[in-house]
Design a protein around this ligand. Structure first.
Ligand SMILES: [Zn+2]
Length: 183
């Protein structure tokens, strides 16, 4: 049972470790013995990131410890061109859909673009359809207020709260859509 759906600290059996493709490709011994998600982080995307992600996925997609895709998503404050961010995020969502995994989403700014990416993969059902299909779309490290939280929950997203969060938010997210993380 996972009590923490997003950590960068390896070696915990109750937490999902966010792993960048190079760690898989270099066969980092910290990867694979505990639950993990494969990341395509918007901060680190270059033109070759998707092929590197694919190579890593080929090595680990059969592992029962691969429990999610991410963190992945969109960030209005980073230097990665939005075009590359969108391409990598849509790709990540499609992989999670194909492998029936949860998606751990990093979103700063770009909430409208997030919706567009989700609809490219999950069509009009959006995040609700993903949830019903057993592939929850989880906004990680959610720090915004109740208005955006309500909108996202109504759209079908799950929210994950870290150390800092708005105290009104836990009360408005259904328990099955609320996660915790140490990041
Ligand atoms: Zn993180």
């Amino acid at each position: 049972m996972l009590t923490d759906i997003h950590t960068h600290t390896p070696g915990r059996s109750d937490a999902m470790l966010s792993v960048e493709p190079p760690a898989v490709l270099s066969r980092d011994p910290m990867v694979g013995d505990t639950p993990f998600s494969l990341s395509l982080h918007p901060w680190h995307i270059t033109e070759s990131s998707i092929s590197e992600f694919d190579e890593a996925l080929a090595l680990c997609s059969g592992s029962p410890m691969l429990m999610g895709i991410g963190e992945c998503g969109l960030d209005s404050h980073c230097t990665t061109p939005l075009r590359l961010q969108v391409e990598a995020f849509v790709y990540s969502l499609a992989v999670a859909q194909r492998l029936k995994l949860m998606t751990i989403i990093h979103c700063v700014g770009h909430w409208a673009e997030l919706q567009q990416c989700v609809r490219q993969v999950w069509k009009n059902g959006g995040a609700c359809e993903a949830y019903v299909q057993g592939c929850p779309l989880v906004i990680h490290g959610f720090r915004k207020g109740p208005v955006l939280a309500r909108q996202l929950v109504a759209q079908g997203f799950c929210l994950s709260l870290g150390e800092h969060f708005n105290p009104e938010v836990p009360g408005i997210v259904p328990p099955d859509r609320l996660f915790r993380e140490s990041d």
